[in-house]
Design a protein around this ligand. Structure first.
Ligand SMILES: [Zn+2]
Length: 257
């Protein structure tokens, strides 16, 4: 487990990456690391994620009370604390507004189609949580049912949150989400989507447990079924699917011809 000092440096590093990749603008976004059972190290509010220093970070307890640090903690800390409470396996969280994935979130479209095998293995499916005002229970209520089931979530009209057993893993998931959103956008532009079949998804599920010893909670994509062939608009309601719904939809998945 990384020391507090290492964790501060890691937040600086991945914050810079978020900024360099254009995943955040101005002072957007926030990152955090679970230091131990009671303490979370998080980014301060009102600071560019490209300009932070290790000493700028804030330590809070699981209720969000500041334990150390000169600055105020991110206003979106409640979302981080919710994830740490619901997912004891999570040690790092990244929240950002990458433009393509956030475009999907603003259009009300989940990234839940099995279009790319490696995304299925790495992340499963990326659902869309309904809109909630940042920093309010409304947002927590929208995210809570999805957090145990997925490792990255689109937040309607807002952005993306991704988390993992390290901050590094959480950041990588954020990159995968944005990259996959770009690919999904291209399929929308081409007017065709050719999702993986249910049989192929089964094989990927086997591969996934082999590769990852799968620590990932992420549910598999919903293989879309639509009448009239390959193309559909991919529009999904901004509401969580229950695991049982996922399972039945997963089984129903098939390649559209
Ligand atoms: Zn945000």
């Amino acid at each position: 487990m990384p020391s507090e000092r290492e964790s501060r440096r890691e937040i600086v590093l991945w914050g810079k990456m978020l900024h360099q990749r254009g995943f955040v603008a101005a002072t957007d976004g926030n990152l955090s690391v679970r230091l131990d059972e009671h303490r979370i190290l998080a980014t301060p509010t009102s600071m560019s994620k490209g300009l932070m220093r290790p000493a700028d970070m804030v330590i809070v307890d699981l209720e969000g009370h500041r334990l150390a640090g000169r600055r105020n903690v991110s206003s979106e800390i409640a979302m981080h604390l919710l994830i740490y409470r619901l997912r004891p396996d999570v040690r790092g969280i990244v929240h950002a507004h990458p433009p393509t994935a956030t475009g999907f979130a603003a259009a009300g479209i989940a990234l839940n189609q099995p279009l790319v095998c490696e995304v299925v293995i790495g992340l499963g499916s990326i659902p869309l949580a309904r809109y909630g005002t940042p920093g309010t229970p409304e947002l927590s209520d929208a995210l809570a049912p999805l957090i145990p089931e997925y490792d990255a979530i689109l937040m309607s009209n807002h952005g993306v949150v991704a988390y993992g057993d390290t901050l590094h893993q959480a950041y990588m998931k954020m990159e995968t989400v944005e990259h996959f959103a770009q690919i999904a956008l291209v399929t929308h532009l081409l007017g065709r989507q050719n999702p993986l079949s249910a049989q192929e998804l089964e094989k990927l599920m086997v591969a996934r447990s082999k590769y990852q010893g799968t620590k990932s909670a992420a549910a598999l994509p919903i293989a879309m079924v639509c009448e009239g062939g390959n193309h559909h608009d991919g529009r999904q309601p901004a509401a969580p699917s229950t695991p049982s719904e996922n399972t039945s939809k997963r089984r129903a998945g098939s390649r559209q011809r």
